[in-house]
Design a protein around this ligand. Structure first.
Ligand SMILES: [Zn+2]
Length: 465
């Protein structure tokens, strides 16, 4: 297998960049806001626009897939090479709401190029990042002389990501056979900065719970009964107080079972990132750091499981005093999970911990509304190495690693398809995701195109089935 020559890729992109940007601008003009029922037709138009464009790019299969909500787009282009891996690229074509009145300098749905930046809702999240693969793929074909990609390429572009992907897991399960892949590449993430290209290697999972604590049948007189019956607000506070130990480790027995620990290599690579804690605190709008002893701030957010009190209420909270033993109190807790933790085991551990803490005389209910599993790709995974090499050829500099502290639909793909999930994103923190004046840096968009152009040949060579 021959390597895609970098110069051939670059000259192909030079020739086609203007038309590529004009096409992207057309797509960005479609206000595919999934949260707005009045724009459901625009989300559909966006899906159809993309399917047409993928057909024009050469995909022999490009379909609009219906869901119980808004449509997704699926496209497929077999390589014709029996040993080639199958790669599924994920992105989304819906966007966050946006209006000029929110404070945008330009119309969010009329793309504006200012210098080397393209401003529009969806420019970075996520249309720009989906679209760079189309030109990247064409550059790959042109530079190698191939008539089909070096890998079996599949594309899944959903239409409800900005609304919490309510139908995505069901869609993936329904179409699991057609989506089957050896690796999933998520192009809906970012890099550390313009000057520090990075690859994200995992996301944390999430499990949340609500605990409702009940004492007396109604609020009762604290003078007549207080101090002689258990108080549910007191129990709620005790649960919160006992959630962490003195080292800020989660004190729920069994919570850390199976946790995949950071390797020394990962810790060194995280430490190599130009992290400015004071700046990070400004973004966090917080006035001090706190967390599990023995770990840096980035390690705490990216690679350690945590427990958070999201809400605590109960008893009298109005003006003045009301001397009662309240009838009830409530807690909302959430747990960020890392690779190796099982959602079901964490739920059992939390339920057992609560059961052991709640005194006689207090009834309680605990519910676990939702969960997302964590995902993590080891640094030495051959497909991850391919992504890193492709990025390093595009950026002509060393690529570092990050993780994502949040949780997302990537885990659905990982779980249903049983394939490792990798992240290839070229966005940067200043791109204004979900905010006003969202933009994409045209030079980075081009690096995305180049990375995509180099990736397929590298995967075909180094990640054979
Ligand atoms: Zn997104």
């Amino acid at each position: 297998m021959t390597k895609t020559p970098d110069s051939a890729v670059r000259s192909f992109i030079d020739q086609h960049e203007d038309a590529f940007l004009a096409d992207l601008a057309d797509w960005l003009r479609i206000p595919s806001v999934s949260a707005d029922p009045g724009r459901a037709g625009e989300v559909r138009r966006s899906a159809e626009w993309l399917a047409d464009k993928l057909r024009a790019t050469g995909f022999p299969v490009a379909e609009v897939w219906e869901t119980d909500g808004l449509p997704a787009v699926f496209a497929e282009w077999p390589s014709g090479d029996a040993g080639a891996p199958t790669v599924l690229v994920y992105g989304h074509h819906d966007v966050q709401p946006a209006a000029r009145e929110d404070g945008w300098d330009t119309d969010p749905f009329e793309p504006a190029v200012v210098g080397r930046r393209l401003y529009a809702r969806g420019a970075a999240d996520d249309k720009g990042q989906v679209f760079f693969h189309t030109l990247g793929l064409r550059a790959h074909l042109a530079a190698t002389g191939r008539t089909a990609p070096a890998v079996n390429l599949k594309l899944l572009v959903e239409g409800e990501e900005e609304s919490g992907s309510p139908n995505f897991a069901a869609l993936v399960r329904r179409e699991a056979e057609r989506l089957a892949a050896d690796v999933v590449i998520i192009s809906d993430t970012g890099m550390w900065s313009e000057t520090t290209p990075t690859v994200c290697t995992g996301m944390r999972g999430l499990a949340d719970c609500q605990i409702d604590l009940y004492g007396p049948d109604n609020d009762i007189h604290s003078g007549s009964f207080g101090g002689a019956v258990p108080n549910p607000a007191d129990v709620a506070a005790a649960l919160v107080a006992g959630l962490h130990d003195a080292d800020r480790r989660v004190a729920v027995p069994g919570f850390y079972d199976g946790v995949v620990e950071l390797t020394e290599e990962e810790r060194a690579l995280f430490a190599a990132l130009p992290f400015d804690e004071a700046q990070w605190l400004r973004v966090a709008k917080s006035y001090g750091t706190q967390g599990e002893a023995g770990y840096s701030t980035l390690e705490r957010v990216w690679a350690r499981p945590t427990a958070e009190v999201n809400g605590i209420w109960g008893g009298y909270t109005g003006p003045g005093g009301k001397t009662i033993v309240p009838a009830e109190a409530h807690l909302k807790l959430s747990f960020r999970l890392v690779a190796g933790q099982e959602v079901e085991k964490v739920r059992e551990a939390v339920a057992a911990w609560v059961s052991a803490q709640v005194p006689e005389g207090i009834r309680y209910e605990i519910v676990f509304p939702g969960a997302t599993r964590p995902c993590l790709t080891p640094l030495d995974h051959p497909a991850l190495r391919s992504v890193v090499r492709a990025m390093e050829r595009a950026f002509e500099q060393k690529v570092l690693f990050t993780r994502e502290g949040g949780s997302g639909p990537a885990a659905d793909l990982q779980d249903v398809l049983g394939a490792p999930v990798l992240f290839l994103g070229i966005s940067v923190p200043s791109d204004g995701w979900h905010s006003i004046n969202e933009k994409v840096e045209l030079d980075l968009l081009r690096k995305g195109v180049e990375t995509s152009a180099h990736l397929w040949g590298d995967l075909a060579e180094n990640f054979r089935r």
